[in-house]
Design a protein around this ligand. Structure first.
Ligand code: HEM
Length: 527
């Protein structure tokens, strides 16, 4: 058009002026629609956030990186419990509305938000359970593997988890001898990655054997999360970055692995499809073999789909639990009295440091349980927004009476609108958790009503599928580690290395953080 107009005698400056005014008119028309005619017009919030996605970009991408959650908190303080945070999204900060957004009743259909996942195309990973948009497809995919994560099945997996915990502690004993420093996030993530990879496809990824534990895998996951934030604003970005040859990516980021991780995983999945009879390393049933042999249609059982699913399970089951373990260990080591109380309780069921305790016995210990609840609350394995789109019902929100400005107002959220809460903001609600930035396991003890306000695993039909496995890892690792070893924090600061200051789905610490680091002092003997 540009050249044609020029051939018809229009000068370049006139054409450019015309193009500029057309673009401005287009943007103004869109902003006007968003502000006055969209189904979200009239919901409280800053007009700029309602008019343009640039508002989120400014806080989450550039110049502030991954800080929108804290801005959203400020917006709630100003506008009340419901805020329009983008042209398409409502954010609610009210624990008593959580079950409405995330219901368990599968007849109340909820879908994911395509824009939020950065998935307007067949993005890498979009075949995994957690990224599946549609309610019905999600249900079918989840049903195929859900029985593997029942409490009963996870209890049967206890020996597998215990075996990996013992391997981790073998490395700790070695570190005691050579006096080396251990980064707990990497070490715990190595444990959880070896567990989930064993459970996922029957071969453990041997992160516990690596000198730096799972440092590389954690880095890759963090980078993936960051890139996926960009992909919200530019949906082609994630695929475009990963389709570059690894050597180009290594020029940009020297830590990038020599081979694209998706290709490696795809080969593993193809191998499983080609060798159906091969036994698994630990003799356990696996998630991928279960999907492969399920009655899902053939297109749901291709190597590509299995790759997406395996990546989902590895991503969901590694850093989340690894960070909770590391953060819990940090607070125990930073509070000698809490650690002494924990050890005293552990000695009642583990008179010898090597006593084998069945998982259900550990689950009965009130203080250990309080410690783990508090660890989950403080660590926020998944911290940020989790949008849901109700497909066919209005969600009716009555503002909660004790909130500041919007007293007794009712909002009707129409079907098709993405609405969400953020776990981190709920876990720091002072009326539920007084002194919320302090690690206080006692708040959970003798207070059964509070447990409904642990949001760490989400809720409803898309809540964490691996929560039973996570609990098993948390109970066993913390109990065995602290019954057996004396550790000491090494150059670790709560403000720098433990507190979440940025959220890219994966919680992030300050850029100068070197991780939660410890030295192993000695091993404990019988009481
Ligand atoms: C303490 C550790 C963990 C935390 C805090 C955690 C948290 C969560 C949360 C909040 C969600 C919901 C996300 C959303 O709605 O957008 C989720 C989903 C999920 N988690 Fe976990 N998780 C943990 C460990 C695990 C483990 C060990 C596995 C291993 C299998 C796992 C597998 C999954 C899967 C597959 C989903 C998607 C479920 C679905 O969409 O139906 N998680 N997790």
């Amino acid at each position: 058009l540009f050249w044609q107009l020029h051939e018809h005698g229009f000068s370049y400056s006139i054409i450019s002026l015309f193009a500029l005014s057309a673009s401005i008119t287009y943007c103004l028309a869109i902003a006007t629609y968003r502000l006055f005619f969209s189904p979200l017009a009239g919901f409280p919030g800053p007009w700029l956030a309602a008019a343009t996605f640039g508002y989120e970009f400014y806080y989450d991408i550039w110049p502030h990186s991954f800080r929108y959650m804290w801005k959203i908190k400020d917006l709630h303080d100003h506008y009340g419990p419901i805020v329009r945070i983008t042209p398409l999204h409502l954010h609610i900060s009210d624990p008593f509305f959580f079950d409405e957004i995330y219901p368990s009743d599968s007849r109340r259909k909820r879908e994911r938000c395509a824009w939020f996942c950065g998935q307007s195309t067949d993005t890498l990973g979009s075949g995994g359970i957690s990224s599946t948009f549609g309610h019905d497809l999600h249900r079918r995919r989840r049903a195929a593997v859900a029985p593997l994560f029942s409490k009963k099945n996870v209890n049967e997996l206890q020996p597998l988890v215990k075996k990996k915990v013992e391997k981790l502690l073998g490395r700790f004993a070695q570190a005691q001898e050579d006096g080396s420093v251990i980064n707990l996030v990497d070490a715990m993530s190595a444990l959880t990655m070896d567990v989930i990879s064993s459970y996922c496809f029957g071969k453990d990824m041997r992160q516990l054997e690596k000198p730096e534990f799972a440092a590389q895998a954690v880095w890759e996951m963090q980078q993936g999360s960051r890139v996926s934030r960009w992909a919200r604003h530019m949906p082609w970005f994630f695929d475009a970055v990963l389709s570059l040859p690894p050597w180009v990516l290594r020029l940009l980021q020297p830590e990038f692995p020599e081979e694209n991780p998706w290709d490696v995983m795809n080969r593993k999945m193809q191998y499983i499809l080609d060798h159906p009879q091969e036994p698994t390393e630990d003799g356990n049933i696996t998630i991928i073999h279960t999907i492969k042999d399920s009655n899902l249609p053939q297109e749901e059982r291709t190597a590509h789909r299995l790759t997406d699913e395996a990546a989902t399970f590895l991503g969901a089951g590694t850093e989340t639990t690894g960070r909770v373990l590391a953060v819990t260990a940090y607070y125990l080591l930073a509070n000698v009295e809490l650690l002494a109380r924990l050890r005293e309780e552990l000695e009642t069921v583990m008179p010898h440091p090597n006593t084998d305790v069945p998982l259900p016995e550990l689950e009965k210990l009130p203080f250990l349980t309080g410690v783990l609840y508090e660890g989950l609350r403080m660590a926020n394995g998944v911290a940020g927004r989790m949008p849901r789109v109700a497909t066919s019902e209005n969600l009716v929100y009555h503002t909660h009476n004790n909130m500041k400005r919007e007293l007794d107002k009712t909002f009707v959220i129409p079907p098709g609108v993405a609405v969400m809460e953020s776990i981190y903001l709920l876990h720091h609600k002072e009326d539920l958790f007084p002194n919320s930035y302090e690690f206080l396991p006692d708040r959970w003890i003798g207070n059964p009503g509070l447990k409904q306000h642990l949001y760490a695993f989400g809720k409803g039909a898309r809540a964490c599928l691996g929560s039973n496995l996570a609990w098993s890892e948390l109970y066993q690792t913390i109990a065995i580690l602290f019954r057996r070893f004396n550790l000491q924090l090494h150059d670790t600061l709560e403000s720098r290395d433990v507190r979440i200051v940025r959220d890219a789905s994966i919680a992030m610490m300050t850029p100068s953080s070197k991780g939660i680091r410890v030295k192993i002092l000695d091993q404990l003997t019988s009481s």
